[in-house]
Design a protein around this ligand. Structure first.
Ligand SMILES: NC(=O)c1ccc[n+]([C@@H]2O[C@H](COP(=O)([O-])OP(=O)(O)OC[C@H]3O[C@@H](n4cnc5c(N)ncnc54)[C@H](OP(=O)(O)O)[C@@H]3O)[C@@H](O)[C@H]2O)c1
Length: 394
């Protein structure tokens, strides 16, 4: 069994995953794909990769996909809704599952893949932000391998010694998480109030989906990654340091007690971490141009500006408070980012909405997944109410 299933197949990470897998079709046959409602892209992926199963979370989209596949005489079976996503995540012919749905919506199918004993390639950082402790407990119970796809966490994974010991036992003093600083690192602060969705989505180094692009512009993406690193590597928040590195060549670093600092470098192309995770512990060609250090010329590093980017501070606050706080942060952020993308609120309103919801919903201990999903829903309701209030005031 060597099959590959991809959740979020039509997105930026999903398509990059299929690009890498398509370079090694005998090694990684594509057996199942899932997306939300982009029928056109899914149809194209079915033509090219011939999966046994394709699921659309949206029932109308699933019906439309089924119709279009039949017209073309393609044999892919179609499934719909949460059960369809789960069928992809647990497909019997899949050895590994790429979890690349955006947002908390990716949590249930990623968990299903873990429970089914699949090796998990985890791009969906929000799953760990919402339910980090429960998620890692399930990973431990199922005894599965989780390979991080976020370029920073993949870099850290590559710089750490193998094995399950604590960071202390491995001699790690700090994790240095690099951040490009996004498109607004050097913009005058007064200009940030008038930032448009197009400007926020024009990342200087990476070509990504719209939600993560806005998260990169607010530095919330780095905040979510701090929480992700906390759970993936068992790193206390004080051991995780964010370093702004505008060139995005050093993808993160691990500092050891003997003074050594190990870094992983490469061109900013997500196919590198994807290929690393697909083939681990071996290496395969990713289709990525080799890094030319003479072309790069220089590498710069600076401290993040928490005044300009309050979202990073809010994420550190959430991980320090623990319990339900990261789930609240994540839900409020998803609502605020969607409202910004729909031009309902301004760029600087994003941290205002998140902080308001965090103030209203103090951290509580985590008891169960059901409780976390209820907290997620409540935080979304409150965030939506704040968005509405900001709209009415404008
Ligand atoms: N892009 C990157 O470079 C990058 C790097 C590191 C980590 N990540 C993480 O990877 C994840 C995906 O990012 P992306 O940039 O690839 O996002 P994206 O381009 O927006 O793609 C999102 C994917 O998720 C699917 N989706 C959205 N909502 C869904 C739902 N409710 N049910 C089922 N599927 C749903 C979309 O399907 P439709 O197309 O049908 O809507 C699409 O396939 C995010 O968690 C992000 O933080 C991304």
């Amino acid at each position: 069994m060597s099959g590959l299933a991809v959740l979020g197949a039509t997105g930026s990470i999903g398509r990059s995953t299929l690009d890498v897998a398509g370079r090694h079709p005998d090694r990684y046959p594509v057996v199942a794909l899932a997306a939300h409602r982009d029928v056109e892209t899914m149809l194209d992926l079915c033509r090219r990769h011939g999966p046994r199963l394709a699921a659309m979370a949206d029932a109308d989209a699933a019906r439309e996909l089924e119709r279009r596949l039949a017209v073309e005489g393609l044999k892919t079976e179609v499934a719909a809704g949460p059960a369809g996503l789960e069928a992809v995540a647990t497909h019997p012919e899949a050895a590994q599952v790429m979890a690349a749905i955006v947002g908390a919506a990716g949590l249930p199918p990623a968990l299903a893949a873990v429970r089914a004993g699949k090796r998990l390639l985890l791009a969906n950082k929000e799953a760990l932000v919402v339910a980090g402790r429960l998620f890692m407990e399930e990973v431990g119970r199922a005894g599965v391998t989780v390979l991080p796809i976020d370029s920073e966490h993949n870099a850290i994974y590559q710089c750490l010694p193998p094995g399950s010991g604590s960071l202390e036992a491995k001699g790690v003093s700090r994790i240095l998480l690099t951040a490009s600083g996004g498109p607004f690192r050097t913009w005058p602060v007064e200009r940030l109030a008038r930032v448009t969705p197009e400007e926020a989505c024009a990342h200087p180094n990476w070509n990504m989906g719209r939600k993560i692009s806005v998260d990169s512009a607010t530095l919330m993406n780095k905040g979510l990654e701090v929480i992700e690193a906390h759970w993936l590597f068992g790193a206390e928040p004080d051991r995780i340091h964010v370093v702004v590195h505008p060139q995005s060549i050093v993808h993160s670093l691990v500092q050891y007690v003997d003074g050594s600092v190990l870094a992983q470098m490469g061109n900013p192309d997500m196919r590198t971490p994807i290929a690393h995770a697909l083939a681990w512990p071996e290496r395969i060609d990713a289709g990525v141009a080799p890094l030319d250090l003479f072309d790069v010329g220089r590498l710069d590093f600076e401290a993040p500006d928490l005044k300009r980017f309050p979202c990073l501070g809010l994420a550190f606050r959430a991980v320090r408070e623990g319990g339900t706080a990261p789930a609240v942060l994540n839900a409020a952020n998803e609502v605020a980012v969607a409202a910004f993308l729909n031009r309902r609120i301004g760029f600087l309103d994003i941290p205002r909405v998140i902080e308001g919801v965090m103030e209203a919903m103090p951290a509580a201990p985590v008891a169960s997944l059901e409780q976390l999903l209820a907290v997620d829903a409540e935080a979304r309701r409150r965030a939506e109410a704040q968005v509405k209030a900001l709209e009415d005031r404008a």
